[in-house]
Design a protein around this ligand. Structure first.
Ligand code: G4P
Length: 536
């Protein structure tokens, strides 16, 4: 019993969010290095090593040399059992990236110190903010020319509407980067040439009041500047409030350099202390306590076609409570069926391994013969839980997709529906047009290629795709409005979802404003929030 509690208590499940190139992979690599999970930095997926977290899942993945799915890395550090959820960026950005965030209890946000907030950081932050999960900021690449740290904090506060609390403060940047000041210890951790290597190194501590030593370390000018900035910071910034951190209202900010291994381990150590063990989850009116002995989990992602010969899929589940045991019979609520998970898997760097047990906070992947849907609940027999569904995220790219061979109408419709059901694409209809022509919406453009590939290989149909210039989508809120009466320019298109609900798609945020101006009384509703309840 003690062990059971301890196992859950020591778990930390978080996602790393960033814009491509901010340093997410490098930071992850360093985390794994400290945990002893890898021997040398540079062996996590990366351009140089060409090793993907979990490879060979799809031919397409191989052709493109990218990893389509987000993977989970589990490793031990200082008594903690850490699950890092990767959120793929670049071209492989998709709804899965967002869904993965639903399985995390907190997020680490990596920001390039020269660039500040970038578009993908913004998108991912919004999804984290929907759940009020704690967000820890690592401002990376201080060894390069960087923006003013006050500016960076200001940007975070204004753009994201959260408070920030600098845990440490950078001393100079680029060629002049001398280290960081640790506000709690009131000491300077100096950055020297030795850090440019890749081993695990601890910095030199120097108390801020030791002027003489500091002058020798960082120079008088920087020492004076630091003293002024620290005064300013102590006087003007938010107070540290762990409760606010844990509710996603205050983001602790750390400065450092992942590549140079500087400030990363203090960040990890502080972050692990501040973040929480697995959080309770809502299942209707019930709040499921992770420490409840009864196992429960929800499916947050389905990866299709990992082994083409078997056409199998893997359903990724986040364990919400209790302990999972291999071979035990569990209950799939939505199908109302009991079943055994015979080959549960955990993903670790480049290999998958079969596991015998797992605890609340862990992610397991199970072979799925086609029975699971995103958001499904699995629990112990006799329980009837239903976790809150995974929201459907607003597509950001649209295309007209038509079948080419009219003889294959049935296969085409079946394929499109199944793929939509898996949550890989979203389908919309042009009012009064047939089923052989649909508007497909996706979060990441690669999903279009996956769609074409699968419709051809799994359903034997060819399709014609015409990309559309739309980027935004909103529900029409007015229940009695006939969209035919709307004044719409070519920047806007009216579509319906499979329930017949009316939506508008727009080429830009501007187009939304124009439509609202041209059609007084029209009310639009955000897509993300609007469908959250429907997704259950
Ligand atoms: P990502 O996963 O967020 O896309 O970023 P990744 O870690 O791959 O880092 C992107 C680039 O930034 C890499 O350089 C990486 O070495 C570099 N980088 C990461 N952290 C730091 C840092 O603290 N300081 C500096 N100066 N650079 C950093 P690259 O040239 O694109 O690739 P590589 O050949 O170095 O791997």
């Amino acid at each position: 019993m003690e062990d059971f509690k301890n196992q859950i208590e020591r778990r930390r499940t978080f996602a790393i969010i960033s814009h491509p190139d901010a340093g997410k992979t490098t930071l992850t690599e360093k985390f794994l290095l400290y945990g002893g999970a890898i021997q040398t930095a540079g062996s996590v997926k990366g351009k140089q090593t060409d090793k993907h977290a979990v490879s060979d899942w799809m031919d397409l993945e191989k052709q493109r040399g990218i990893s389509i799915t987000s993977s989970v890395l589990q490793f031990e550090y200082d008594g903690y059992c850490i699950n890092i959820l990767d959120t793929p960026g670049h071209q492989d950005f998709s709804e899965d990236t967002y869904r993965t965030l639903m399985a995390a209890d907190s997020a680490v946000m990596v920001i390039d110190a020269a660039k500040g907030i970038e578009p993908q950081t913004r998108k991912l932050f919004k999804v984290c903010a929907m759940r009020d999960i704690p967000i820890f900021t690592f401002i990376n690449k201080m060894d390069r020319e960087a923006r003013d740290p006050f500016d960076l904090l200001d940007e975070l506060e204004h753009e994201f509407g959260i408070g920030t609390y600098a845990m440490n403060w950078p001393i100079g940047c680029g060629q002049n980067f001398k280290g960081v000041y640790d506000r709690e210890a009131r000491a300077v951790l100096s950055f020297g040439d030795s850090h440019r290597g890749r081993e695990r190194i601890h910095g030199v501590d120097c108390d801020i009041s030791d002027t003489e030593k500091l002058d020798a370390m960082i120079g008088e000018r920087l020492r004076k500047e630091l003293t002024e900035q620290v005064e300013l910071l102590d006087g003007a910034s938010f107070d540290f409030d762990l409760d606010a951190v844990r509710h996603g209202k205050l983001s602790p900010v750390f400065f450092g350099s992942a590549l140079n291994n500087f400030g990363v381990e203090p960040f990890l150590a502080a972050f692990l202390k501040m973040t929480t063990s697995p959080l309770p989850r809502k299942a209707g009116d019930v709040t499921v306590d992770p420490f409840d002995e009864k196992f429960s989990a929800f499916v947050f992602k389905i990866q299709a076609n990992m082994n083409k010969a078997h056409r199998d899929r893997i359903a990724f589940m986040r364990i919400a409570s209790g302990k999972f045991e291999r071979g035990k019979e569990y209950y799939h609520v939505q199908e109302d069926k009991s079943f055994r998970l015979s080959q549960p898997q955990q993903m670790m760097a480049s290999e998958r391994e079969v596991i015998d047990e797992a605890y609340a906070g862990d992610i397991i992947g199970v072979f799925d013969p086609g029975i699971f849907s995103i958001g499904d609940t699995v629990c112990e027999k006799g329980q009837k839980l239903k976790f809150q569904g995974i929201p459907v995220f607003a597509p950001e790219h649209f295309a007209m997709v038509e079948q080419v061979d009219s003889m294959k109408r049935k296969q085409f419709a079946k394929g499109m529906n199944q793929i939509a059901q898996e949550g890989a694409i979203q389908i919309f209809f042009e009012p009064n047009s047939g089923l052989e022509r649909v508007v497909v919406g996706v979060v990441g453009v690669l999903q279009f290629e996956v769609l074409e590939y699968r419709i051809k290989n799994e359903y034997g149909c060819d399709l014609r795709r015409t990309d559309l210039p739309y980027q935004e989508i909103r529900f029409i809120k007015n229940p009695d409005l006939d969209p035919k009466t709307l004044k719409l320019s070519h920047d806007t298109k009216w579509v319906q979802d499979f329930r017949g609900k009316n939506l508008l798609i727009f080429t830009s945020e501007w187009a939304i404003r124009w439509v609202l101006e041209d059609n007084p009384g029209l009310e639009l509703e955000e897509f993300n929030r609007g469908t959250e309840a429907d997704a259950q």
